[in-house]
Every structure is written in C-alpha cells, then in structure tokens.
Design a protein around this ligand. Sequence first.
Ligand code: ADP
Ligand code: MG
Length: 261
Amino acid sequence: MVDSSAAVAVRLEDVQKTYRTGEVDVHAVRGVSLEIARGEFVALMGSSGSGKSTLMNILGCLDRPTSGRYFLDGDDVSGLSRDELADVRNRKLGFVFQNFNLLTRTSALENVELPLLYGTVRLSNAQLRDKAERVLEAVGLQGRGDHHPSQLSGGQQQRVAVARALINDPEVLLADEPTGNLDSRTSVEVMGIFQDLNAKGITIIMVTHEPDIASYARRNVVMRDGRIVSDRAVTRRFHATEELEKLNELPPDVVEPTVQP
Ligand code: ADP
Ligand code: MG
C-alpha cells in the first residue's frame, strides 16, 4: 500500500496567527495553506512585516497557530502543548539563524554535540564525538572541531551552526535569513552546503529577502500581508559550484573595487 502522506514533510491548512497586543489585533498570518514535499528546497520571501518569521515560528513548532492545522511528517501538531512541541522540535527539526547563535567559549565540536545532550536518546561520549565529527565533515569542517567560534570565519561559524542543526537527523531544516550576516562569496558557499544537503534528500525551508539567494532553492514562495501571493518553481536556478567558479575567475579588483586616490 502506498502511503501518500509519507512524501509530505509539512502541510499547513488555512493557518492564521493573530497577535493580541492591548486593544489592537495584529493579523500576522491570514489563512495560509501550503504543502511541502520531502526533499524540497523552498525559499520563503516577502518584504519586512509580511509574516515570514511568524510562519517560520509555526513551522518550527516554536509557536502555535491561532486557527488552522499544521501537519509535520504526517502528525497534526497544531494542538500540542509547549512541552510536546519542544519534543517534536528535538526529534524532527533543525534550525539555522542569521547570527549563528553559537556558544562562543565552546569548541565547534561541543557546539555541534549540544542538541544531543538534550535529546531523549542517551549516547556514550565516544558515540557523541563520532556523530559530531561526521556532521562537521558533512559541512566541510573536518579537523576544525577544537576551534572556538572566534577562531573561525563567519562562513565557518555558519557551517558549525548548520552541522549543529543536522546532528539530530532532522526531517526539516529551517533557516531564517541564514546569509543575512555573510558577504556574497560566503553566502554562495553556504548555499552550496544547502544544495549538497538537499541533494542528499534533506528538506530545507529558508527565509530570505534576497532574490539571488532564493534562486539557489528549487521553489519560491512569496508572502504579502500575511498571505501567500506567489508560489512557483525556480526556472533559472543558481548552482553554487558554478557561481563560485565564476567568482574565482574574476580579477580581484572586480570583486573588491579599489578606491583610487
Ligand atoms: P517578517 O518576518 O516577514 O518581517 P513578521 O512575521 O515578523 O514578518 O511580522 C508580521 C506582522 O506581525 C508584523 O506586522 C509584525 O509587527 C507583527 N508581529 C510579529 N511578531 C509579533 C508579536 N510577537 N506581537 C505582536 N505583533 C507581532
Ligand atoms: Mg522576519
């Protein structure tokens, strides 16, 4: 028997989110229905205030919809308690943030191990280390495990954050403006990691306001005033390996314009 729900990573049904602040209600999300299959790479776009972060908080089980339903990996999670949501987050989701959110006095390896310490599965120290080293390798940071964030570039710090998000083998990787604090070359490198992970089957939902960055995804969903106003496949997709090659071919003064005295 074919279980069609197994192919669906997330499904939102008429989701609304209203913030009640004093006398005014803010309708941040106004009836969003959205289905994302396993293995998709979606960029969520829209201007500031359009409801992207609110929707990501719901998708990330950090907040609950005011009305409507949310199915994650086939389960209805819209009515779960805070503790139950925390459990779902640990088991099924990985998060990457704009400002990395790494512990600064802790090595890369320990940063990556952190989510497992809160998990329900108990691992030995050797198993922990092993797993952390494997995900660091997956993001191209093998041998950098004992470096502290201050000894790493912005791009490398974001890779550590991606490795940390992967340690629980999440169903979905959620990233809110993951390139917001990175220069353009490093942004393309991080998109390269996302494309590699996606090619291995990981579902990715990424918020960005940069059309260039959105073109590394496979599908672009645009929000305005709490609603989805456009949802389409990316036709001219960027491939990070090609874009990095182009950047390498440019003479340095084109990449970094020098100011003439
Ligand atoms: P975006 O991420 O696209 O900039 P948000 O989801 O952050 O949009 O915000 C959507 C709307 O909801 C905005 O009008 C914002 O001011 C409002 N909003 C967001 N979070 C809260 C909150 N915690 N309380 C009240 N209003 C909020
Ligand atoms: Mg936002």
